[in-house]
Design a protein around this ligand. Structure first.
Ligand code: SAM
Length: 287
């Protein structure tokens, strides 16, 4: 029956294998096929819950190419589910392109919600939850990451970022440089797993605790940045921006020519290039 078959986006655990809803298990048992990022990885979860539905790999390298054909297949052959290695599909994981292809092909798309690291981290962070922004993964390279954090520094609401294992300390160093040492942040590690930890406090304090303890550098991380407290100064005034302009200049100057540094920092903070360049000279004269 064409037009009636559905793509179910099913959330799976972010650590603890029992963090999966009853409807998710029923759906994964009843669909004709489950699209997974990695068949070997998902086999463990499916076995744990007695699910023997056939799997097909759909990952970041083939999603674009296969999305249209899979949407057609669902339409013609029957309901399917999409899961990712962990958490909610399409959240920093494949899914968006398949969803678009299904919508375009007239295939209904339905969510079976559950775990996602972004919300789990937010609710335990102790930072305001009324308004927040999910910024995705922090960039891998330090110059890009500094700029990325600096661009988020002025947000009034909580900002949430994913960070890969192995980069947590470098990332926190850049974060402190971009937002200053005193902003309240949290780092949620290994949520729902045996070594779950949440570090909370000023950015400098959290960096100190994470960098002092190798165990705190292992596993999966979410970084949460508290919103900037509103200040009375004029938007764009050098006084308001002084900390991040100075820290950015100091961080970039050893790596790039002064005019390039001034152009990047001026773009990031929205100040005239001349003014930022003058500040860079002033700082270097001071030594
Ligand atoms: N789709 C997933 C979701 O809904 O959360 C996210 C997948 S993304 C490829 C993986 C990243 O999510 C990790 O690098 C980490 O930043 C975060 N993450 C996933 N599981 C986590 C956990 N148990 N504790 C902390 N962070 C986690």
């Amino acid at each position: 029956m064409s037009g009636e078959h559905t793509l179910y986006l099913v959330a799976t655990p972010i650590g603890h294998l029992d963090d999966i809803g009853l409807r998710a298990i029923d759906t994964l048992r009843s669909v004709t096929r489950i699209y997974v990022e990695d068949t070997r990885h998902s086999a463990g979860l499916l076995r744990h819950h007695d699910i023997d539905t056939p799997m097909t790999a759909l990952h970041e390298h083939n999603e674009r190419e296969r999305a249209g054909e899979i949407a057609e297949r669902i339409r013609e052959h029957g309901d399917a589910a999409l899961i990712s290695d962990a958490g909610t599909p399409a959240i920093s994981d494949p899914g968006y392109r398949l969803v678009r292809a299904c919508i375009e092909a007239g295939v209904p798309v339905s969510a079976v919600p559950g775990a996602s690291a972004v919300l789990a981290a937010l609710i335990v962070s102790g930072l305001p939850t009324d308004r927040f922004e999910f910024a995705g993964f922090a960039p891998a390279r330090t110059v890009a990451r500094l700029g990325w954090y600096a661009a988020l520094a002025g947000r009034e609401h909580t900002v949430i970022a994913y960070e890969s294992p192995h980069r947590i300390v470098d990332s926190l160093v850049d974060l402190v440089a971009a937002i200053g040492p005193d902003r309240q942040i949290a780092v949620a590690r290994e949520l729902t797993k045996r070594f779950e930890t949440v570090q909370r406090g000023s950015a400098a304090r959290v960096l100190e605790r994470v960098s002092a303890d190798r165990d705190q550098q292992r596993g999966e991380f979410v970084i949460l940045i508290g919103g900037q407290a509103s200040s009375g100064s004029m938007p764009g005034a050098i006084g308001e921006q002084a900390l991040s302009v100075d820290t950015l200049l100091q961080a970039l100057t050893p790596h790039l020519p002064p005019r390039t540094v001034a152009r990047i920092v001026a773009d990031l903070v929205g100040l005239p290039k001349r003014q930022v360049y003058a500040r860079a000279i002033e700082l270097s004269d001071r030594g």
